[in-house]
Design a protein around this ligand. Structure first.
Ligand code: ATR
Length: 274
């Protein structure tokens, strides 16, 4: 019997997940269908209940439902709990299991696709909202020397840093500052602010970047973001968030199906269509 999955969001027409999972399924010989599911903004819980009743095996969750997805889960992975948001639900034996694969997707894109190890590195994380929160634990698991969280509102960065201090391998591994306190060069700079959505550049100093810096914007589009242009101008190697998008999908597929798909051809195909 064909197993059913979908991506739940509002709006949902723009989601690329229905273009990704069928390719993974064909490549790994898995018999699944994967659909778009538009839930009313006040109807996420009812939608999940309907999917469970209809025998769906799982769902991805996107804007604006990731927090509600964490709340509805009867079991949460540690990374889902710490992210405070869930993008992957598995419906198993009456349970709704929640996970968050975004951070793992970013790590895979950096380590495997860009070929940049995070062990012992200095990482500058710009932003302290939901996107930033989701990547901190997966980054810590790679053993970086430092994760410096810089945010426009310093207090939000501090609160986030304090939450993750208990997960640090040593005191000071996670720190929090305002943008005006950013100092020195970093090995990896991640733009997890939503500034790119508005075409803005977060106020990161040019001195953060050098030829050995990898700069990653979590946003993607046809053109490089202002952050990517600025980082490249100052010598950094740059990436957008398309690789993370494909890798978070691969991680979700692996959770559901127990087999890890290749991602290279999907990434090339999506890039061509941007
Ligand atoms: P997301 O879920 O995408 O992370 P969010 O939780 O609303 O969205 O968080 C947005 C993040 O982008 C915040 O860190 C925000 O900074 P503040 O905490 O000071 O609001 C940051 N941000 C948004 N626009 C920005 C801009 N133009 N420059 C710098 N930071 C910006």
């Amino acid at each position: 019997m064909t197993d059913k999955y979908c991506v739940i969001g509002n709006p949902i027409a723009h989601s690329k997940s229905p273009e990704i999972h069928p390719v993974f399924a064909a490549e790994t010989g898995q018999d699944i269908v994967y659909e778009r599911c538009l839930a009313p903004v006040d109807g996420f819980v009812d939608t999940v209940r309907r999917l469970v009743a209809e025998g769906y095996r799982g769902a991805n969750v996107t804007v604006p439902f990731k927090l509600e997805a964490a709340a509805i889960a009867t079991r949460l992975s540690e990374r889902g709990r710490l992210a405070g948001a869930v993008n992957t639900l598995s419906f198993e034996n009456g349970e709704i299991v929640g996970d968050n694969t975004d951070g793992a997707g970013l790590v895979t894109d950096i380590v495997r696709n860009a070929g940049v190890s995070l062990a012992g590195k200095r990482i500058l994380l710009l932003g302290a909202g939901g996107a930033a929160r989701g990547v901190i634990l997966p980054f810590l698991e790679q053993g970086p020397a430092a994760i410096v969280i810089a945010n426009r509102t310093r207090a939000t960065a501090e609160a986030l840093g304090a939450e993750f201090a208990a997960h640090a391998a040593q005191a000071g591994q996670v720190s929090a500052i305002g943008f005006d306190e950013i100092a020195g060069r970093f090995d990896v700079v991640v733009n997890a602010t939503s500034a790119s959505l508005a075409g803005d550049l977060p106020p990161v100093p040019a001195s953060s970047f050098g030829p050995d810096t990898l700069a990653v914007d979590l946003m993607y589009g046809k053109e490089p973001t202002p952050f990517m242009e600025f980082a490249a101008l100052h010598g950094a190697q740059v990436r957008d968030g398309l690789g993370m998008l494909v890798e978070q999908a691969a991680e979700a597929f692996t959770i559901w199906r127990g087999v890890r798909p290749g991602t290279t051809s999907v990434l090339v195909a999506l890039r061509d269509k941007l």
